[in-house]
Design a protein around this ligand. Structure first.
Ligand SMILES: [Fe+2]
Length: 267
């Protein structure tokens, strides 16, 4: 597994480099995803260790981190956007890329299935219902590792000036206000529908609502301690209904951060 992991890292580095271009605008998007891939791989590994994974499962978590966004590069090269609604689902695109790789066959059938399942569901609104606790575990792990880093990525784009520079999630001239349906979802603590977002404010609400979808206390404490939650809350416009959502969210974070993670697979 160690040798294979090494080869996978080398392949991924070469694959990402193959998308390098002289176009500075495209290069900005590609660089963003290269750096993101590095951090998510490290997050997945660290979280796996924290949850008591042995060498094999820690390596699996690392592989999933490494490949979770492999579809982003083709997506950006073809469509010039990271917006799945305006292009195609980048996780599905990633599975197509993985299907063409010989070394996926060198994983056991069970491990290859885990990688595919986790990549497929890393970005969906929810993980598909499954009785397989290993599938569920690795899907939960990658979703946390990914979100922790996405908060880092988005931090510079929270100001009105920064929002215009965000790579194509919403039109740069979109309003800062939050749409009424998103305010209602936020106040009720309900996940908002990513595909319906129209404004910069909506996008911030969707990201804040991810807090309810964080699976492990390890991740939530890091998101809180790095100031991501405060920064997102401060970036919201003063609109009726927002305060109720913020109060609910803060109470949830305080309660959840007081709990401890259980080693789900190994306890
Ligand atoms: Fe992704």
């Amino acid at each position: 597994m160690k040798e294979l992991l090494h080869e996978m890292h080398a392949w991924m580095n070469g694959y990402m480099r193959s998308y390098h271009t002289d176009d500075a605008e495209v290069m900005r998007g590609i660089r963003l995803k290269e750096i993101h891939t590095g951090y998510v791989t490290a997050n997945a590994r660290a979280l796996a260790r924290h949850l008591g994974c042995g060498l094999h499962d820690t390596a699996l978590a690392e592989i999933i981190g490494l490949f979770h966004d492999v579809g982003r590069f083709r997506q950006y090269a073809v469509y010039r956007t990271f917006n799945d609604a305006q292009s195609e689902d980048h996780a599905e695109l990633g599975l197509k890329v993985l299907d063409g790789l010989d070394f996926m066959d060198r994983l056991s059938a069970a491990d290859a299935d885990l990688v595919r399942f986790a990549v497929k569901y890393h970005n969906k609104k929810e993980i598909a219902a499954t009785d397989d606790r290993r599938r569920l575990f690795f899907a939960k792990l990658i979703r946390d590792a990914d979100k922790l880093d996405i908060y880092r990525v988005l931090l510079p784009f929270l100001t009105p000036e920064g929002a215009d520079k965000a790579p194509n999630f919403v039109p740069s001239d979109a309003a800062q206000e939050v749409s009424p349906d998103f305010i209602a979802d936020f106040a009720a603590g309900r996940q908002a529908d990513y595909y319906r977002l129209r404004t910069h404010g909506d996008r911030r609400i969707v990201r804040l609502m991810w807090i309810y979808d964080i699976n492990f206390v390890w991740t939530l404490r890091r998101i809180r301690d790095r100031g991501y939650i405060d920064a997102f809350i401060e970036s919201l416009p003063a609109q009726a209904g927002i305060a109720a959502g913020v109060a609910r969210l803060r109470a949830y974070v305080a309660r959840r951060c007081g709990e401890e993670d259980q080693a789900e697979l190994y306890g």
